[in-house]
Design a protein around this ligand. Structure first.
Ligand code: BGC
Length: 768
């Protein structure tokens, strides 16, 4: 039996309020974005953060559980696989004298929900009553275990205000909204199946009730329902404990029910206090590996905590068959599809703080290579063209039409034309290998991705009469302009992709000849083909103008109408809605970082002195019509030494999910922009980069930031980096691993675990 002290400890949020997000009252307009912000997730399943007792669908804040990899195609045309809604395992109904508890307007101030980011749990507190003013004090708790990813747990504590009241408590696993087919149902166990893919989901559940610390048998029990009825006494304390285990299986895998029952049994054996303790330890470990601390700017600290909370909850290092959707598991906007967001905005974080998660995410791309090959072949090209929107198989899942802002159907051409995704995946593969030194991954998976994507580009780029190779008819990251030729981002990334593939082939040949023999045989790559790729890379058009130092975003961009976007400052809708689609397409206004994104990813491709000019030119023409945009601008501004401009981008990026500036938060948090917050801090303000052989730092903090410190992993070592602005000091500690050399502001220093490296970055008089 559990003691009141244990319950109090469970329900007591972390004392330091910087770890807490708190929301009081009940606002029907904000409930859905709050549900996304307060979502809990362990990378296998996620639950939107609704209250235990809610008003139901009318208030658009019903609980929603999403399980990674459970995609289904509804019976509609065109059939787009969507992340299916799993059964709601948190549902509770409480009746006092036959009337349900409800949220009254005058209750609002007495209710709050707390997201404890340090512990990865959501706590609810409130005084609730029904129409007849019979009331209870309620506390609730739920979590998605980070140590046993199959397990979810809920505890509800009630304290009765009045005696002699008939109380009914029902806990159920609700399947009303579930788009899955029921395959099997018995007490405490249900198995569901998707209609099209045959993926199965098993949910095993156990629920207990204690009244004044006595276990009470249920009065009625259905297959997925437990119900108790009793007469209250004043001050009576009731505790509902529910554990669920969820498991997923492919259509040909063994029955997932057994695994769910086993996971549930072992969680029950452990008992909830121990289950919570191991979950909290897992979060502690994640924080130890990733926490970014900022002194002097509490709102930036809060934004970083919030971002890292969702990033650490979004990945699952144990699953190589799923990736992270644009809204992670916090909402179903974009149907749970995976975009370049993962490789470009999230992988840097995982690669440098959680390489096991990064590897699993890249293995998803390896495991979906067949889909990418098929897409390339279906369009008449060779190699691998990844899906712009990817789900479970790697086939293209981008819809062909969507409803536009004016409620008319608009064509979506990204699935056919937004091809930079292949180079983005290759980029993340190379960065991961470079930063971790995971040679086994390169040999067994990464090299194949690099070679097949390079092969795609080499077939995609066509040599024309001007002696240059051109890539025509694409969409770049700026999606306002379609069917364009020679998008600088696409072409330069493609060239980089081809060059890294050629390097990989050379490396394999010399270092692991057996691997090269196997892979080149399997892919039928010979020397002549590699040489052909080399010629494509040499001659590809990039749009760089050496007179102005500018990359032209795509052929003809500089001849388009130059609209002064500053004249539209203060608008409340995106600029394409103000100007209309056609006018935007004829203008130089861009939706999001495009050349600026290239500058953030491959600064070495910009000839000396040209970075600032490109940044100024394109930043002043950007509408930031995507939540991804400002992060890239923030990184580049910070690296250019424009720390205050960068801080502005940092704050605007943070506001997207924290301050309800973006209605779309209702459909889930913007996980890419959360990755972007980490990137501005670490890749921007701390200036972390690793294009060459060494890890480099080039710090430049904004004035408000007194210090910035964070851990990172580099080629098997754990490092701690501390930047102190007051003394312009950089302190790097090697916590584990072999001595290394690292560059600080371009100067090379040696670091061993014997003593930290302390460098005054203004005078650079460090221990060399
Ligand atoms: C952006 C894309 C992004 C997608 C998903 C779109 O609005 O333009 O770059 O990948 O959202 O986040």
């Amino acid at each position: 039996m559990n003691s009141p002290e244990q319950w109090d400890r469970l329900m007591c949020p972390t004392a330091d309020s910087s770890w807490i997000a708190r929301e009081g009252g009940y606002d029907p307009l904000l409930e859905r974005s709050r549900a996304a912000r307060f979502a809990i997730s362990n990378g296998f399943f996620g639950v939107r953060g609704v209250r235990a007792i809610h008003r139901g669908g009318r208030w658009a804040a019903t609980s929603r559980t999403l399980v990674a990899g459970v995609f289904d195609t509804a019976g509609e045309e065109p059939g787009i696989p969507k992340l299916a809604v799993a059964p709601d395992w948190l549902k509770v109904r409480i009746l006092l004298q036959g009337e349900p508890l409800i949220h009254h307007v005058d209750d609002e101030a007495r209710q709050e929900r707390i997201l404890d980011m340090r512990r990865g749990v959501v706590i609810g507190k409130g005084d609730l009553s029904n129409e007849s003013a019979f009331g209870v004090k309620m506390r609730s708790f739920h979590m998605a275990s980070l140590s046993q990813r199959a397990i979810g747990m809920q505890i509800i504590l009630l304290e009765m205000e009045q005696g002699a009241i008939e109380v009914t408590l029902e806990a159920s696993i609700d399947a009303v909204d579930v788009g899955l087919l029921s395959e099997r149902s018995e007490h405490g166990l249900s198995v569901w199946r998707t209609r099209s893919s045959g993926t199965r989901l098993a949910v095993a559940a156990a629920v207990t009730l204690q009244i004044d610390r006595q276990l009470i048998p249920f009065t009625v029990c259905g297959l997925s329902q437990w119900s108790w009825k009793w007469t209250s006494t004043p001050g009576q304390v009731i505790c509902l404990t529910r554990m669920v285990a969820m498991t997923r299986a492919g259509k040909d895998d063994i029955d997932p029910a057994r695994a769910a029952q086993e996971a549930l049994a072992s969680a029950q054996t452990l008992g909830w206090p121990a289950l919570v303790a191991v979950h909290e330890r897992a979060w502690q470990d994640r924080w130890a590996c990733s926490e970014v601390e900022v002194e002097g700017d509490p709102s930036a600290q809060r934004a970083l905590r919030f971002a890292l909370y969702h990033l650490n909850g979004a990945a699952n290092p144990a699953d190589e068959h799923v990736s992270i959707a644009a809204k992670a598991l916090t909402g179903d906007d974009y149907h749970g599809h995976v975009f370049w967001d993962t490789e470009i905005y999230l992988l840097p974080f995982y690669t440098l703080t959680w390489p096991e998660a990064a590897r699993a995410l890249l293995m998803y791309r390896f495991n979906t290579l067949a889909g990418a090959r098929q897409k390339a072949a279906s369009m008449g090209w060779q190699g691998a063209l990844y899906a712009w929107e990817s789900a479970d198989t790697g086939a293209e899942t981008c819809p062909l039409q969507v409803v536009g802002p004016d409620r008319k159907l608009v064509d979506v051409n990204c699935g056919k034309q937004e091809q930079h995704i292949s180079a983005d995946v290759a980029y993340a593969v190379w960065q991961y290998w470079h930063a971790t030194g995971d040679d086994a991954f390169l040999r067994e998976a990464g090299a194949e991705i690099l070679l097949e994507t390079a092969r795609f580009w080499a077939s995609r780029a066509k040599l024309e009469s001007d002696g240059r190779c051109h890539i025509r008819g694409v969409i770049g990251p700026d999606e306002y302009h379609e069917s364009i030729d020679d998008n600088a981002f696409t072409n330069v990334m493609a060239r980089w992709n081809i060059r890294r593939a050629i390097e990989t082939a050379a490396l394999l040949r010399t270092s692991w000849p057996e691997s090269w023999r196997r892979l080149s045989g399997q892919l039928k790559i010979d020397e002549a083909e590699l040489q052909r790729w080399g010629r494509v890379a040499e001659t590809i058009a990039t749009g760089f103008d050496s007179n102005t130092g500018l990359f032209e975003q795509f052929a003809g961009f500089f001849t388009l109408e130059d609209i002064d976007i500053a004249a539209y400052a203060g608008r409340s809708v995106p600029i394409d809605v103000v100007l209309g689609r056609e006018r935007i397409q004829r203008s130089r206004i861009v939706k999001q970082a495009d050349v600026v994104a290239l500058l953030a990813l491959l600064p070495e491709e910009f000839p000396r002195g040209s970075a600032a000019a490109n940044f100024e030119y394109y930043a002043s023409r950007c509408g930031h019509g995507s939540s991804l945009s400002r992060a890239m601008h923030g990184i580049v501004a910070a690296r250019l030494g424009q720390s205050e401009v960068a801080l502005d981008f940092f704050r605007q990026t943070s506001a997207i999910d924290l301050d309800d500036t973006h209605v779309a938060t209702e459909g889930g948090v913007h996980i890419a922009s959360l990755g972007g917050i980490w990137m501005i801090a670490v890749l921007g303000f701390a200036g972390v980069s690793f294009a060459g052989d060494h890890l480099c730092l080039a710090p430049a903090l904004p004035a408000a930031w007194k210090s910035l410190s964070f851990p990172m992993q580099w080629r098997g070592r754990h490092l701690r980096i501390e930047i102190n602005d007051a003394s312009a000091g950089v302190r790097v500690t090697l916590e584990t691993g072999d001595p290394l050399k690292l560059a600080i502001n371009g100067e090379l220093f040696a670091l061993s675990s014997a003593e930290p490296l302390v460098v005054n970055s203004k005078t650079q008089a460090g221990v060399a």
